[in-house]
Design a protein around this ligand. Structure first.
Ligand code: ADP
Length: 316
């Protein structure tokens, strides 16, 4: 049984082969595996952790490709369900000249949100010491109930829970619902990672301090806000700090946050009590995670760009 489990979406990104175009203008696409929690599972496996992924793909060629990709990267797929009659979710992505991404999802409805509660093996979930979840699988039923059940099962046995809201608002029926569910599942988490761009949506107009107090007040033991090339800010309510990022030649920032999360978690899981971590330890952990994030920006795609421990060590 894997020591770490991630639950959520796994899909195919068809990425435009031509830069600076809209989706309508894109002449061709290359396929790449996508889905933040799946990226984190691969990131953990590449860093040497026994990791598994829980989710659903279609019983189609794309689903087979995704399963093979996870397996080739050492991720356990025993509870990656192939849904008869459902289709793997597809996303088409183009980067416009202003740098914004043009994304259209084909999800009618996608297999990822069809994972049902009875497809969750509670023993499998409860065997993990580390359990990571995101928001997309909470956007619709039945994967909402399935995800919630898995989160609660992991929490019941004292696993370390990690949450990255990873907002993809276009996948929700409305923003109010997205916000509601972010706050609904945050209290289960020991570790929360939010990116700077998501901060305002998540915390509303509360100032930085009130936002932090509200999140830590839920029982979250460590809050990390990632700041792109500037690195990250962390706080556990006792100690906090800004840890500078690394200046690198960026090729593609996709997946930097997932690389960061995997690297941070593999370090954190070695500590039983997150609140007893000293500033010097947290600084070192965040530096390691920043290095993983920076390394992930130096290659095209996400999964091929997720670093190994020796790559991080030699970078540092
Ligand atoms: P997300 O990918 O989730 O939006 P960020 O963009 O904040 O999150 O990136 C996560 C982490 O990856 C950052 O905290 C930083 O360590 C690293 N990172 C991201 N972009 C860059 C960059 N351009 N140069 C160096 N490091 C980066």
């Amino acid at each position: 049984m894997p020591k770490a489990l991630c639950i959520g979406e796994l899909l195919i990104d068809f990425v435009s082969t031509t830069p600076d175009v809209t989706l309508a203008e894109a002449p061709g696409f290359v396929k790449a595996p996508g889905g933040a929690p799946a990226n984190v599972a691969v990131g953990l496996a590449k860093l040497g952790m026994d990791a598994g992924f829980i989710g659903k793909v279609g019983a189609d060629a794309f689903g087979d490709f995704l399963r093979e990709t996870l397996q080739q990267n050492g991720v356990d797929t025993d509870y990656l369900i192939a849904g008869e009659g459902s289709r793997t979710t597809l996303a088409f992505v183009a980067t416009r000249s202003d740098g914004m991404k043009d994304i259209t999802f084909y999800r009618h409805p996608g297999a990822d949100i069809q994972l049902s509660r009875d497809e969750i093996n509670t023993d499998y979930v409860q065997s993990a010491e580390l359990f990571h979840y995101g928001s997309v699988s909470l956007s619709h039923s039945p994967s909402r109930e399935a995800t919630l059940h898995a989160i609660q099962s992991a929490k019941a046995v004292g696993a370390m829970l990690s949450y990255d809201p990873n907002l993809r608002l276009m996948l929700w029926d409305n923003a109010k619902d997205a916000k509601h569910w972010i706050w609904e599942v945050m209290p289960y988490a020991d570790v929360v990672k939010i990116s700077e761009e998501e901060w305002e949506f998540v915390t509303g107009d509360a100032g930085l301090e009130q936002g932090i107090d509200r999140i830590l007040g839920l029982g979250v033991k460590l809050l990390v806000v990632t700041l792109g090339e500037r690195g990250c800010y962390y706080t556990n309510g006792i100690t906090d700090g800004f840890v500078d990022g690394f200046i690198v030649d960026v090729v593609d920032t996709l997946g930097a946050g997932d690389a960061f999360v995997a690297a941070m978690l593999i370090q954190l899981i070695q500590h039983v009590d997150l609140l007893s971590l000293k500033k010097v330890q947290l600084d070192a952990i965040m530096r390691y995670a920043n290095a993983a994030g920076a390394l992930a920006t130096q290659k095209v795609g996400v999964i091929p760009a997720l670093p190994t421990h020796s790559e991080i060590e030699s970078f540092l």
